[in-house]
Design a protein around this ligand. Structure first.
Ligand SMILES: Nc1ncnc2c1ncn2[C@@H]1O[C@H](COP(=O)(O)OP(=O)(O)O)[C@@H](O)[C@H]1O
Ligand SMILES: [Mg+2]
Length: 320
């Protein structure tokens, strides 16, 4: 794959979308040729199939003003997963943020998952992601498939924030979140099962039920007897991540879901590689400290510095 392949794919993806749109609006396109014709039968079949997808409006979007930009954004972002028979509907907005919105979707029976969470990044807002030097330091630039990207042009574009650079960024952040989550899920970490990603969107198992999403730890008052075992469970996850050379980098009670007595760690775009990032130790200590601070509210006495050392020192080995 050439070094610009990721961008080209992205561009092509946009182009395909646009071109389909253009074709549909052109007089003489299949849509406008329905009037007569014995020979149109096979064509019509294709058209009908196509129409089902092109005209797909999920329930959540139906309730929005047709001119509302969110409506088109949801349809365009989740449409490819509808087409691929992964998602059948978008039912509600779970949470809207500055960088991303998370929506609840119903899964196609073929996926074996009833409810799916779709995280849609806002392309224009990507520059606000926590993508500062701390997180990017020591990390290679990778495309959506995880292949390393090289070249002065890529770096220059990124630093200049040209539209080319932003496209590379989009690929990079979203691919990164998805890859990390896949790797951690396979390793047995408590993270929602990743399902698919494309364009600006990541799909994963939805934690919660039809009445609402799981709360974050910051939103619940835990039964007191659950505090100590949950704290241990979170620390086990932090240790497992480190075994996989990863540090969450933004771990806190806001990025841990609580459901049916268990926890799920979420929100990975700023994950750092423990081996390469010069700030790895500090980020690990900050993650652990934030978790300790939360559990201090339940009377748990912990020592975040000692805990960080107890994980980091064996990981680095003698002389590390
Ligand atoms: N898999 C999921 N199941 C249920 N709710 C989720 C899921 N992923 C995210 N959420 C909800 O969406 C919110 C935002 O998700 P998050 O990944 O933390 O994005 P960000 O903080 O960047 O906006 C979370 O606080 C949580 O309430
Ligand atoms: Mg978050």
């Amino acid at each position: 794959m050439s070094k610009f392949a990721a961008f080209e794919q992205f561009e092509e993806y946009q182009y395909q979308d646009n071109s389909r749109e253009n074709r549909r609006n052109r007089p003489g396109s299949p849509k406008h040729k329905q009037k007569n014709g014995r020979s149109r039968q096979p064509m019509q079949d294709i058209r009908e199939m196509d129409d089902g997808i092109e005209n797909w409006v999920p329930s959540y979007a139906k309730a929005l003003d047709p001119k509302h930009h969110e409506r088109q954004w949801v349809i365009e972002s989740v449409g490819p997963f509808y087409r691929d028979q992964i998602v059948t509907d978008v039912t509600r907005l779970v949470k809207g943020g500055k960088e991303a919105n998370v929506y609840a979707c119903t899964g196609h029976p073929a996926t074996g998952v009833d409810l799916i969470a779709a995280k849609l990044y806002r392309p224009r807002e990507l520059r606000h992601l926590k993508n500062d030097a701390v997180y990017k330091a020591g990390r290679q630039l990778r495309d959506a498939e995880g292949k390393e990207m090289k070249g002065r042009r890529v770096k220059l574009a990124l630093s200049k924030k040209t539209s080319y650079g932003k496209s590379v960024d989009i690929q990079w952040w979203i691919g990164n979140e998805y890859r990390t989550q896949t790797q951690l899920f396979a390793a047995g970490a408590d993270v929602p099962k990743p399902i698919a990603h494309q364009g600006n969107t990541v799909l994963m198992a939805y934690i919660g039920d039809e009445y609402g999403p799981a709360p974050t730890l910051s939103e619940v008052r835990l039964p007191r007897e659950e505090a100590a075992p949950l704290f241990q469970r979170i620390m086990d996850n932090v240790a497992l991540m480190l075994d996989n050379h990863l540090i969450h980098g933004d771990l806190s009670a806001y990025n841990i879901l609580y459901w049916e007595g268990g926890v799920y760690l979420i929100d990975f775009p700023q994950m750092v590689e423990a081996r390469h990032n010069p700030h790895a130790y500090e980020l690990l200590e900050r993650d652990i400290t934030r978790v300790c601070d939360y559990f201090a509210g339940y009377g748990l006495k912990t020592n975040p510095v000692a805990l960080t050392h107890s994980l980091w020192d064996p990981y680095m080995g003698p002389g590390g």
